[in-house]
Design a binder for this molecule. Structure first.
Ligand code: AMP
Length: 397
């Protein structure tokens, strides 16, 4: 995969696949500009070289139809404001307007095209559609890590029409390099903390990480299926009965690999799913009927903090408790603080997933984390060990 740093874009029109799938309010105003801001560096590098920029993105799920509510026209003003320059709206990628706007684009200019998902061919990865998009520019840059796990026309297929001229933007490059460094080039001990609600969504990650890490910490709702598999009482805690055998298999695999599997030693339990619920912290890690575990308990907090403290590489995905409820947020806060403290002491840390990022932001610890991945689904698939179609396309072209 070549970074845009390896290329001079002077006199070229760069087609950049960005992820401007931003949230809009009822007045079609952008309510969170992070995704636009994070592409600024890539755009400025190309403009600085003397190139011009054609921005391609999707927005929402218009399912192959042109619908005004999903038009990227709504965000032209916000993109102009963030880039501090007028952005031309280039219209639908298959229109004559698009061809005219793109062929007349001068160095230093930026055009934003209409939502790619107005054409069903986009999500199908259609080669004809990809070729039409490719005709609009001279070089291809992918800076949309968030959609790199999709094999769509603009995220994967299009690269084949730019042999040798397909590059990773800074955002894409940094995401992949940081994940790669974490998974395959890490300084040991390597600890992964995996939380969240369900085993079913994290099985493949757990299986892949088992062969990579020294310590595998499992928290959140998903840990109760493991505790049940170990023969403990879990009361009314979150439990996926159809995942019990999978959990048992993972535990057998743990024995084989010798990885240190860290599951909770105690739980903060509630008599109902509410911040005002009565609280019980059983001594022996068995949860009585009528109670559900909503957070790791004090013994677990200290234990996990110690494991994190002794690590040189740390990967965190998913809250270890129902951190949205204040009374059940101490475990997630302890993890966030421990990861930040270990990072300050010299460890390398990577945090991803909406809830873990929200927790880091809630405690204002973003400055003390080595890398925050914005990938969402793409990050999870990377952690599962899958080759992402968007990354593969850049590697091959
Ligand atoms: P996920 O979407 O799978 O990453 O799960 C995130 C959600 O898991 C958050 O909304 C947490 O509130 C929830 N969660 C964490 N721990 C528990 C638990 N012990 N019981 C129920 N839900 C939990």
């Amino acid at each position: 995969m070549k970074s845009i740093n390896e290329h001079n874009f002077k006199g070229e029109r760069a087609l950049i696949r960005v992820d401007y799938n931003v949230p809009l309010n009822e007045k079609f105003e952008v309510t969170d500009t992070t995704r636009i801001e994070r592409t600024r560096e890539t755009i400025n590098k190309i403009l600085g070289d003397g190139g011009s920029v054609i921005l391609l993105s999707h927005l929402g799920r218009p399912k192959g139809e042109a619908k005004d509510e999903f038009s990227l026209r709504h965000i032209v003003g916000k993109v102009s404001e963030i880039l501090e320059k007028d952005v031309i709206f280039g219209g639908d990628v298959l229109s004559e307007e698009a061809v005219t706007v793109c062929s007349n684009l001068k160095p230093g200019e930026v055009a934003l095209m209409e939502n790619l998902r107005f054409h069903k061919e986009e999500e199908k990865g259609d080669a004809g559609f990809a070729e039409s998009i490719a005709r609009l520019g001279d070089v291809y840059v992918n800076d949309a890590f968030g959609t790199a796990h999709r094999e769509h026309a603009s995220t994967a297929t299009v690269a084949r029409f730019f042999n040798g001229k397909a590059f990773a933007g800074f955002l894409m490059y940094n995401e992949v390099m940081n994940l790669e460094k974490t998974l395959n080039g890490q300084v040991r001990p390597f600890t992964a903390i995996i939380g969240g609600s369900k085993v079913s969504t994290k099985i493949n990650i757990l299986k892949n990480l088992l062969h990579k890490v020294d310590n595998l910490v499992v928290g959140g709702g998903l840990s109760y299926t493991f505790l049940k598999a170990m023969g403990l009482e879990i009361g009314n805690s979150l439990f996926e009965s159809d995942m019990l055998d999978v959990a048992k298999d993972i535990l057998k695999e743990v024995d084989k690999t010798g990885v240190n599997f860290v599951v909770r030693l105690d739980s903060v339990c509630a008599d109902r799913f509410s911040n005002d619920a009565n609280i019980l912290i059983p001594n022996d890690n068995n949860i009585p009927e009528g109670w559900e575990g909503l957070d790791i308990g004090p013994k677990s907090r200290r234990n996990i903090a110690q494991v994190i403290k002794n690590s040189n590489t740390i990967l965190w995905n998913g809250p270890v408790g129902v951190f949205e409820l204040e009374n059940f947020s101490k475990g997630t806060r302890a993890v966030a603080l421990s990861v930040a403290a270990a990072t300050l002491a010299g460890a390398y840390s990577i945090v991803g997933g909406g809830d873990s990022i929200a927790a880091i932001n809630k405690y204002d610890l973003g400055d003390y984390i080595s890398y925050i991945s914005t990938g969402g689904g793409a990050m999870l698939e990377y952690l599962e060990g899958k080759e992402l179609p968007g990354v593969k396309a850049l590697n091959e072209n």
